[in-house]
Write a protein that binds this ligand. Structure first.
Ligand code: DAH
Length: 339
């Protein structure tokens, strides 16, 4: 019997299986009720008593070895199967995942596109500016609160170097260098010292517009903005200009559009007024033209400035400004199908 066990153990350790059917055949041959190992267990009855202890141990070992061998063969087969699947050359390739444009870029591009159709080109200016271009040339009085540390991030004091708080600074840069006619948009990032919340951030984006030529009137401004509002928010959109104040425009106005969520009927979004504010605008103040070397008796012009986040919120109802700078892919992917 000892011999028989040894022989079987050798046989079993040399076993190979190339597929699951062969493996099953092996299991039946050795471990099933009528298999070779079980047969030996049946013969155990006839083993003389003094050998029973040793034979019992050997038999149990044999059974374990056989079970282990079958398990190893099974593992090898299943990892092989996974291996072949990876190299399956007939499988269709998986689509490459493309990135998406940031919603603020989409909206900025749309604003630029709309104004390009009425002759506006694009120019850019620096984000790190001096006091003259952000405030001085734009007619801000020396004590104006916007110059305060509370609003502005200063990089150096005396002479003041700061992060621009609005893109109106690019108006000055352009007018200092370029002779009218000027018809330009200035898109860019601006910075203000605000506590970050769902409705305010310490940086955000604006698109500024400037048109300087002979005989530019407030009616031209209104018409350009009405065209923009209808292109951006739909042909049924109406606008309303409310008198306002900015140091660099005279007269100044703020523009509302009819609420694009309730269609002007009144809803929580427009605080039941039917209107939502979207930009500031006005006729360029003669002092600003003078500061930039343009003769206000010969030329006039209009300017406007809008927040890109504001327009994006209106178009896509993004409730929390912070989403724009968190780079959460789940949020960004929502804009996959846009444009
Ligand atoms: N610069 C203003 C702001 O940041 C926006 C603005 C208002 C720009 C009126 C203009 C304008 O060009 O005419 O709040």
């Amino acid at each position: 019997m000892k011999e028989k066990i040894k022989q079987l153990a050798n046989e079993i350790s040399a076993l190979k299986a190339s597929d699951i059917e062969e493996l099953e055949a092996i299991r039946i041959k050795y471990l099933s009720k009528k298999g070779e190992v079980s047969n030996l267990f049946n013969e155990f009855r006839n083993v003389p008593n003094e050998e029973k202890k040793e034979m019992g141990q050997l038999l149990n070992q044999l059974k374990e070895t056989a079970q282990e061998k079958i398990n190893t063969l099974k593992d090898a087969l299943s990892s092989n199967a996974a291996g072949t699947q990876k190299e399956d050359l007939t499988r269709t390739a998986e689509a490459l995942k493309l990135g998406t444009r940031h919603p603020l870029s989409l909206v900025r591009n749309e604003i630029i596109h709309i104004f390009s159709k009425i002759g506006f080109a694009v120019a850019e200016g620096p984000e790190i500016e001096d006091d003259w271009h952000v405030f001085g040339a734009l007619n801000f009085p020396p004590e104006h609160p916007a110059r305060d540390m509370q609003d502005t991030f200063f990089i150096e004091k005396n002479p003041d170097i700061l992060l621009r708080t609005h893109t109106s600074s690019v108006q000055v840069r352009v007018m200092e260098k370029q002779k009218p006619p000027i018809r330009l948009l200035f898109p860019g990032r601006v910075y203000r010292n605000e506590a970050i919340s769902y409705r305010a951030h310490c940086f955000f984006h604006q698109v500024e517009g400037l048109y300087i030529d002979k005989d530019v009137s407030f009616a031209d401004l209104r018409q350009a903005l009405l065209y923009f509002a209808k292109e951006m928010f739909g042909a049924e959109t109406e606008i309303r200009l409310r008198p306002s104040y900015f140091p660099f425009t005279e007269p100044s106005a703020e523009m509302d559009i009819s609420c694009n969520i309730c269609g002007g009927k009144g809803c929580p979004f427009c605080k039941h007024t039917g209107w939502v504010e979207i930009l500031g605008c006005g006729m360029v103040d003669p002092n600003v033209l003078k500061n930039c070397g343009i003769d206000p008796d010969e030329y006039s012009g209009y300017a406007f400035g809008m927040g890109v986040e504001r327009i994006t919120n209106l178009k896509y109802q993004v409730k929390d400004l912070r989403l724009f700078s968190e780079n959460d892919v789940r949020f960004l992917e929502e804009f996959e199908a846009v444009l």
